[in-house]
Design a protein around this ligand. Structure first.
Ligand SMILES: [Zn+2]
Length: 439
């Protein structure tokens, strides 16, 4: 087996600064925030007054002047100041891209308050920051230790990366009164893979329905974080609304709400990590339909496309908030991203089937017969070969067959075939699969 290319992984460590260190961190965050806002102001003014656009390179040059003229900035790492200006540059780049794409609200870069400002970053390992005193072996990974920031000192860390590697960049984050160091590490992942081929159909009731190459089926349930967490969130939001503005109590409730949301998000992500890891561990081939999750969770919730489960019509005006929450819970985009990345680490082929051509939900996995089914029809019952199967299982089986055999049915199974025709009614459907047998 060939060794996969090194991948970048992000590890987030919690930082435990001393009171003196914390005071410095707060001061530095303020300096970066003011630099960001000043850079934004400069760009806006230059354009308003003289129709001149200030570039990232221009602003980087002035960093030297700022450091010479303002001693408080001289204490900060020069590259980290550039990183802050780069973030501003990216904010503008995204804004212009959204304008080009004709977005309704392109979102001009905003001035940021201290509370809204996330933190700052370092570009090169060893330039202004260093990790120290960590264990770094294959068994316990990169664990705990210290982050040495020049100008502040050694800050205690807690956290662990499963796969040790070469540290590349570092971001200092300030969230809900806590400090975090998010370190990007280039590492050589090692991940076990299995022997089974599996295709899955993504759904709302279950996260995914799997069709396995040995003819069996399996299901991945939804993460169980939905309703109780949503209820608690609503409760806290109500509580917050009832509190007097600018009161200490309001602040307390707001913090509670933020923690609750962070915890829910973390639990969900953890679940998706575990399920995707488990799937890769037992698979030699993973097949999925190409998902279009864009705008899927935007309010108002979109309506499912009756022709393609897992796909949604862009403008579901009267859709229910309940469905929106379910979609957020299953977090399909996150799941598929994690799965694709883990599959790559384990060198497991990961195939996305073009649903438009293959139509897994309208085809029979036994004989290839095509029939339009409304989304409400949960059972697949083929009038041609009498195959009876749950809708999701049939769709998953079609996907797997298509990758293994080039057709939605297994041509070797000896069943009588329906004449397979495309939607237009003429040419037989015969798509060449992305990969063939022998996986
Ligand atoms: Zn059939």
């Amino acid at each position: 087996m060939e060794t996969p290319a090194p991948v970048n992984r992000k590890i987030t460590y919690r930082m435990y600064p001393t009171p003196r260190q914390e005071a410095l961190l707060v001061e530095w965050k303020g300096l970066h925030q003011r630099l960001y806002n000043a850079g934004l102001e400069e760009r806006v003014k230059a354009y308003r007054l003289c129709r001149v656009s200030v570039s990232f390179a221009d602003q980087c040059k002035s960093v030297t002047e700022i450091r010479a003229g303002m001693p408080e900035y001289a204490a900060l790492n020069a590259q980290s100041l550039q990183v802050t200006l780069k973030r501003l540059d990216l904010a503008f780049a995204h804004f212009f891209r959204r304008v080009r794409e004709g977005a309704a609200s392109p979102g001009f870069p905003r001035f940021k308050s201290f509370d809204r400002y996330p933190g700052w970053g370092y570009k090169t390992y060893g330039d202004g920051w260093k990790l120290e005193g960590q264990t770094a072996d294959a068994k316990s990974g990169m664990r705990h230790g210290f982050l040495k920031l020049s100008g502040i000192g050694r800050i205690k860390l807690r956290g662990q990366a499963r796969t040790p590697g070469q540290p590349k960049t570092c971001e200092i984050l300030h969230k809900q009164g806590r400090w975090y160091a998010s370190v990007t590490v280039a590492c050589q992942p090692h991940r076990q893979r299995g022997t089974q081929g599996a295709a899955f159909d993504w759904g709302v009731e279950t996260l995914a329905t799997l069709a396995l190459a040995d003819g069996t089926y399996d299901e991945i349930p939804n993460p169980r974080t939905g309703k109780p967490d949503a209820d608690r969130k609503a409760e806290l939001q109500k509580e917050l609304a009832a509190k007097q503005r600018r009161s200490r109590n309001r602040q307390k409730t707001r913090r509670k709400l933020a923690r609750h949301c962070a915890r829910t998000a973390h639990r969900r992500k953890d679940f998706l990590h575990q399920e995707s890891a488990r799937l890769v561990k037992r698979s030699a081939l993973l097949v999925t339909e190409k998902l279009t999750v864009k705008n899927m969770t935007a309010a108002p919730a979109p309506k499912p496309d009756p022709d393609q489960p897992g796909h949604f019509l862009p403008n579901g005006a009267a859709a229910k908030a309940g469905l929106n929450r379910e979609i957020l819970d299953t977090a399909p985009a996150t799941f598929l991203n994690l799965l694709a990345r883990k599959a790559e680490e384990a060198a497991v082929p990961y195939v996305e089937v073009p649903t438009r051509n293959v139509k897994p939900s309208q085809s029979c996995s036994g004989c290839g017969h095509q029939r339009k089914k409304p989304l409400s029809e949960r059972m697949h019952h083929c009038p041609h070969c009498q195959l009876k199967l749950s809708r999701d299982r049939n769709a998953a089986r079609c996907l797997l067959n298509w990758v293994l055999f080039g057709t939605v049915y297994d041509p070797h199974s000896g069943l009588e075939r329906a004449e397979v025709r495309s939607a237009s009614g003429d040419a037989p459907v015969q798509e060449s699969p992305a990969i063939t047998h022998g996986v």
